[in-house]
Every structure is written in C-alpha cells, then in structure tokens.
Design a protein around this ligand. Sequence first.
Ligand code: FHN
Length: 427
Amino acid sequence: MAHGTYATDMERMGWFLDARFGMFIHWGLYAIPARGEWVRSQERLSVEDYRPYFEAFNPTRYQPREWAKAAKAAGQKYAVMTAKHHDGFCLFDSALTDYKATNTPAGRDLIREYVEAFRAEGLKVGLYYSLLDWHHPDYPAYGDPHHPMRDNPAFRDRKHDFSRYVAYLHGQVRELLTNYGRIDIMWFDFSYGEMAGEAWRATDLVRMVRELQPHIIIDNRLGGNIRSAHPEPYAGDFASPEQIIPPEGVTNELGQPIPWEACITLNHHWGYCAADNDYKTPKQVVRALVECVSKGGNLLLNVGPNAKGEIPQPSLEILSEVGRWMRANGESIYGCGRADLPKPEWGRYTQKGNRLYAHVFDRPIGPVNFRGLAGKVKRARLLADGSELRLERPWNATEYADDAFVTLPGAGLPDEIDTVIELELVE
Ligand code: FHN
C-alpha cells in the first residue's frame, strides 16, 4: 500500500494508489485531419465540414491487444481511453445516437475491443467521457467559449433543449457502465463557467455511476471542489492536474493528502497530430513519474493513435525504454509515495514502508549524501541488480555526523535515466 494516508475511501482507491502509472488514449475521427482533437473548435469546422472523416473512418490496423501489450511492457497498470471526446463521436455502440464507430466503415465497437484487450493483459480499464459535445443539437453553440459554431451568426437563434442533452449524457454513461463489464475509472472532462456541477445533474450522475459500478473511481472534473473539507458528492475521488506536476502534491483544506493523477502528453497533443514530432525523452518521462510518486501522485501518460489505429512509433519507442527502466526499478514506483524527508539535491525520494528509494538523477562529486539518515539505514542496494552498496562515512565527510553515505561505483551513474538506491531503514 502506498506510503502515507489519504482522506478518501482507501478500499476503492487502493489499487489506484499502488498502480501509480497509467496510459491515456485519445483516439477518434480527429486522427484523420491529424491536427489534434480540438481541430473542429480551432478551425471552426461545422458538423458538415467534419462529416467526411466519419464517412472515411476505417482503422484497419487497430489491434488493441498490441496497445495493451505496449502499455504492460511500459509498466503501466491501467488505461483510460476516450469513449467520446468533445466532437461527440462515439467509439462505442450507443443506442442513443447514430454518430458512432459501428456506423463508420470501421463497423466495430472500438471500446468493447479496448476493454477486452486491456483486461486480457491484466490492466485495469478506464473510460474518458466528454461532458462537452459539439455534435449534439441540444448542446449550446453560439456564444459558448469552445463550441466550433460559437461565433457563427447562423447559430445565434438556434433553439436547443440542454436538459435533453444532459439526459443523453446520463443515458450514454449508463450504457458504458452497463454494457462493457467492470469499469475501473470514469474520467469525465471537463466543466467550465456555468457548465459545471448540477448543470450536468452531477449528483444524480455520480449516484448512478456508483450504483452501477460501486468500486469505480471518478475524476474531479464534474465541477466540484475535491479540496474542500466538505466536497460535493460529485467532487470526485482524485484530482487531475494537467500538463503540470503540482509543486507540493495535492492536499485538501484540512491539509490531508488527496489522491491525484497528473495527465501528460508525450508530444504537445492529446489526439494524433502528424506534424508534432516534439516528443519528450524516456528520461523526462521516468523523472516525471518519479516526481509524481515522490509527491503522492500518479502519472497518466498519453498516446494519440493515428487514423490507421496505430500508436505512433516514437511513442512506442519511448514506452519501450521507460519499460526497460520500470522492469529494473518498478519496486520504487508501485505502492510507493511521499517520503517524510526534504527533497535531496541529487534527485528525489520515494518510500514504501521501511524501504526508502533514492532516485539519483545527478551523480554527486564523491559519495551520495543521505542527509539526517546516520544510523537509520540498515543496508543499501542498487535496486536494478540488487548489488550491495557500502554504507560508510568517507574520510572527507567526518563533519557531517548526522548523514549517511553511499559511494557509487564508477564516475558516472549506472543508469543515466535514474539510478535507484534501495535503503532498508532501521525499524
Ligand atoms: O479539452 C480536453 C483535451 O482535449 C484533453 O482531453 C485533456 C486531457 O485531460 N482534457 C481537456 C483539456 O483540459
């Protein structure tokens, strides 16, 4: 179990806090224009402008089992995939709309194949569901901050019944949590301005979600305040910082740590963007994961498959190298959390029980100094290969009597991405 305590339902959250690392999957019609998932809004594309992508969508190389194997090999323990993004296109066979993958040349329930494939590889499965819907005729358009037709005069006087849209939203969530077996995470996205909370009938929605799948965990984007000492019923089970890692982790008004998950892209886009080849390095990804865990959080790392149904090769290569590191050092991630120590200058700490993991990012001159740990460490090992590291105060460190020291072999770091030293603490 993760180090530290949380002000939430630990029985439901336990696996999430242990898993620490998941795959986010943004996929849909927008993979064809290949300019990211906001292309309709950014380019003011009407439903009619976007229709050719619906009529052409045929991801012939979609093999979700291969995606699941890549996630597993990367050390990811769960996944969250878009069932519907803001464009309103449903990747699942909804009875409530014709705007779905089963009506495209794909002719497949892409969500059913996803949940089955990832479960088969032993991963937990989550579903992302967009509260925004730029296809549905009852979703506000003219004057909305984000809708593709927000400044199209032809939409100024369009009549719509938002309550009918909210009923559609509830109905589709019911479908997803009824027809696809056990779902582990429901990832709603996102609330804004007055489009928040009871505008979505969020209390009723969450009640239904928890009745259908009592074990499920829900993110915090229905519009509630998860940091409140008295959060709304729809405030969610975990905070979801995006493209940022909170400086101090996340706590509520009472100072209690809250589960959280940072969602981060590999390049600059969630949905496939052919021109965006500005990818993070495996080192950046590993160190982001370590930073999240060191602050008591999870990392949900995104892939944006292309129109053929393939995860881009650069993403696969990054995941593969991250997986190499995770196979050697995953013990310092899974079930770990914050250590009650100041951040060391050479890297970060994670902890699980009496195991303290020193993540050495920068090789110090001389020994690695564990400030204040003199007499508190029973033994030290290089986590990757279990080799012994000698705990000894060197001749030139006698003035640091409160500190413990380990001298690493060689001049550099055994693993430049992150060299992990396992310290077994005296209990
Ligand atoms: O607008 C979405 C965006 O497309 C993407 O899905 C991210 C992922 O967390 N959420 C919203 C932006 O905050």
